[in-house]
Design a protein around this ligand. Structure first.
Ligand code: RUB
Length: 321
């Protein structure tokens, strides 16, 4: 059983990390919370679930998979007529989301692997389930590949990546983040994951991704982003920006060192934005698309069109009148 507060703490502390894992953990804990909740009154049930959802969404601001997963799990809660109906709905939708999320990673692996050629050297940054699934599937299908994996300061997610690649028996070179440009000419393809994809096809991912993509563009190396459809950010349709999480300075510099440097401020953004121009393709479970087609995914797969927002605006305006 996954408790909401415990799950939220784990997400904050990054014991649960990576956009896909965060989304599934949120869905799982909402499901378990709904199952255990013993209130009889439908309104009390709704408000308790809403509060739990808010606790989860507030943990990390960047990965849009988190609010998207919560939105999917809570869809229909307002229409439910009884507490039993509301509870069953949350449980059913959470299970369906978790299943479809795993299925999506599997589909992305199949589609992404097709874009990896026999003999390719691939560079990846951070630790993305979706990106690694493509690489591992290419290897599994018999293609001879080699990988460059970055260290990923300050939280060293690269260590998780090289363990996974090593386990799969894939030849891997482990490099510090600043060595990307030195090796980019040895690389045929960059594959990374995403925390969010905006309506104009920009990709938000681990800090350093935009530098990697910039080096790749300069060296004419293709960049593929592996992202499930629930990583696309609906609210960017109306111009909302993705919040870039800034994490504690202690992740970069220990307090005892920082104390001796009163004029120094540590900046520690966890993510950055890579513009669509530096991305050749986004591989989703619905197919491989050019980044410029992001709106289609938001509309067709997440069910948010520009009209939805107009409707919301109309309602808000009417209330205000
Ligand atoms: C993880 C990260 C990953 C994406 C995609 O950042 O940037 O590339 O979340 O991962 P953090 P996945 O470690 O700060 O959570 O494909 O597994 O969803």
């Amino acid at each position: 059983m996954m408790l909401v507060n415990e799950t939220a703490e784990k997400i904050k502390r990054m014991e649960i990390r990576g956009a896909g894992r965060i989304a599934r953990a949120a869905a799982e804990s909402l499901r378990d919370h709904a199952q255990a909740l013993s209130v009889r009154d439908i309104n009390a049930f709704r408000s308790d679930i809403d509060k739990a959802a808010q606790v989860l969404v507030a943990t990390r601001p960047t990965a849009v998979s988190l609010p998207n997963a919560v939105h999917i799990v809570l869809a229909g809660l307002e229409e439910a007529k009884t507490t039993a109906e509301a509870r069953d709905g949350v449980i059913r939708r959470a299970d369906a989301f978790i299943d479809s999320s795993w299925h999506a990673v599997g589909q992305i692996a199949q589609i992404g692997a097709r874009h990896i050629r026999d003999g390719d050297t691939i560079l990846t940054h951070c630790n993305s389930e979706a990106a690694l699934a493509c690489i591992i599937e290419a290897h599994r299908s018999g293609k001879k590949i080699e990988v460059f994996a970055t260290e990923v300061r300050p939280r060293n997610q690269g260590l998780v990546t090289i363990r996974t690649l090593n386990e799969a028996g894939i030849r891997t070179n482990f490099i510090v983040d600043s060595a990307v440009r030195s090796f980019i000419n040895d690389v045929d393809l960059v594959i990374v994951g995403a925390d969010a994809v905006t309506v104009n096809g920009a990709v938000v991912n681990k800090i350093g991704t935009s530098q990697v993509a910039h080096s790749a563009a300069e060296a004419r190396v293709n960049v593929i982003v592996a992202a499930e459809t629930y990583k696309f950010a609906p609210r960017t349709i109306i111009g909302e920006l993705i919040t870039i999480e800034e994490r504690p300075p202690q992740e970069v510099l220990p307090d005892e060192v920082a104390r001796t440097l009163p004029h120094v401020t540590v900046r520690n953004p966890a993510f950055d934005v890579t513009p669509a121009d530096y991305i050749d393709m986004i591989v989703t479970e619905a197919g491989a698309i050019p980044p410029q087609m992001a709106y289609v995914i938001i509309r067709e797969y997440l069910g948010w069109g520009i009209e939805e927002f107009h409707k919301t605006f109309e309602i808000t305006t009417r209330h205000e009148e």
